[in-house]
Design a binder for this molecule. Structure first.
Ligand code: TLP
Length: 380
């Protein structure tokens, strides 16, 4: 794993203080493609934060938080929203509100709620995951149905959860028709359905539909503000008024009441208003990056999975490759022994992407040359 993450789990590295604004080689900014979470607030966000009207949000009295919650609820077609500090907290509150202890959450293989929210569903909701296979993040509704149990001999199912876009599958988009069929399956079994919509705006941009279209039919959705939309912090959990009332209580229980959180919500309002229009460009850049990598012998990219802003590719030694790219001023994440992830975002423009592509090609060529320093097995 690169820079502080774990090779065993393929967890992305934690930020080490460097950002898109950090200087690498003289005259060049570091191009940080580890995640879209590395984006720093825009000037408009900082201005909104500085001027935010605030109050105590645990009393539901922060006018800016209330405005953000109402705005996102309206955009997504839900009755109510709850501002929470992270996507993880939004997902885990949803699971805890939906399921009884000792139940299963049916989710897709690689789902963030299981893979990257370490043990949270077990710890907080006393729930167990049941994983369903996918093709590029898209489950077959029949497999979802087969994973649902209600016999006395088995662990009962309490929730069905989808993820759109699907991070671990490559930022892939789950078609709206699949979402709807899975919702129908769940409904037939009397089960609620949650969407981890950390990148639901990316799904909407890729499909050319509204965010309300992506969120339709779910009992709850968590939408992140701090991924491609670029806000510094936060997620809005959406649901019925009753669901959000209970979620508010869980947020407090888990220490997530943030008091004068309007300072953060103000950036979130800018994020959902101004930033979705930029996502299509991030997607184009991801395709350009993937196309350049696909042309290199010894690099494998599944171009069909490059549907939004995430590019996974395989090289012989992911950790060595990531280290070598970092020394050329391009930060990536090693997600396993041979898997690397690059994520485009609005703070990497066309010039930044060109620099990244040049650096990746140079590093790859240097490492593939059999006798060169830095070749696999040779000196670093
Ligand atoms: N994803 C992060 C890492 O945790 C893997 C990233 O860099 O992509 N759902 C999905 C689909 C996510 O990708 C993430 C973050 C979350 C939830 C959690 O969001 P935060 O980090 O705000 O808790």
């Amino acid at each position: 794993m690169a820079e502080g993450g774990s090779a065993a789990t393929g967890t992305p590295a934690a930020g080490s203080g460097a950002s898109t604004a950090t200087r690498g080689a003289p005259g060049h900014q570091v191009v940080d493609l580890r995640s879209d979470t590395v984006t720093v607030p825009t000037a408009a966000m900082r201005a909104a934060m500085a001027n935010a009207e605030v109050g105590d949000d645990v009393y539901a009295e922060d006018p800016t938080v209330n405005r953000l919650q109402a705005l996102v609820a309206e955009m997504t077609g839900f009755e109510a929203g709850l501002f929470v500090s992270s996507g993880t907290l939004g997902n885990q509150i949803a699971i805890a509100v939906h399921v009884r202890p000792g139940s299963e959450v049916v989710c897709t293989e690689g789902a963030h709620i299981y893979e990257y929210e370490p043990g949270s569903m077990a710890l907080i909701a006393s729930a167990l995951p049941r994983l369903v296979p996918t093709v590029r993040g898209v489950p077959a509704p029949a497999d979802v149905e087969a994973a649902i149990h209600d016999s006395i001999h088995q662990t009962p199912t309490g929730l069905v959860a989808l993820e759109n876009t699907h991070n671990r599958a490559g930022g892939t988009v789950v078609p709206l028709a699949t979402q709807q069929t899975v919702q129908e399956v769940a409904r037939r079994h009397g089960l609620p359905v949650h969407l981890d919509g950390a990148r639901a705006f990316n799904a909407a941009a890729a499909l050319g539909v509204t965010i309300a279209d992506v969120c339709r039919g779910f009992d709850s959705v968590s939408v992140c503000l701090s991924k491609g939309l670029g806000a510094p912090v936060g997620c809005v959990l959406l649901g019925s008024r009753e669901f959000i009332g209970t979620a508010h209580r869980y947020r407090k229980m888990l220490g997530g009441g943030m008091r004068q959180a309007g300072i953060l919500a103000a950036a979130g309002i800018v994020a959902v208003t101004d930033m979705p229009a930029l996502l299509a460009r991030d997607h184009e850049r991801a395709r350009r990056l993937a196309g350049a990598l696909a042309g290199l012998s010894g690099v494998t990219v599944d171009l069909e999975s490059v549907q939004t802003n995430i590019v996974y590719f395989q090289v012989e030694d992911a950790h060595g490759f990531v280290r070598a790219c970092a020394s050329e001023g391009v930060r990536l994440n090693a997600m396993g022994p041979s898997t690397v992830r690059a994520v485009t975002h609005h703070q990497v423009d066309d010039d930044g992407l060109d620099r990244a592509i040049d650096a990746l090609v140079t590093v790859h060529e240097r490492r593939s040359a059999p006798t060169a320093v830095g070749a696999p097995g040779g000196a670093a």
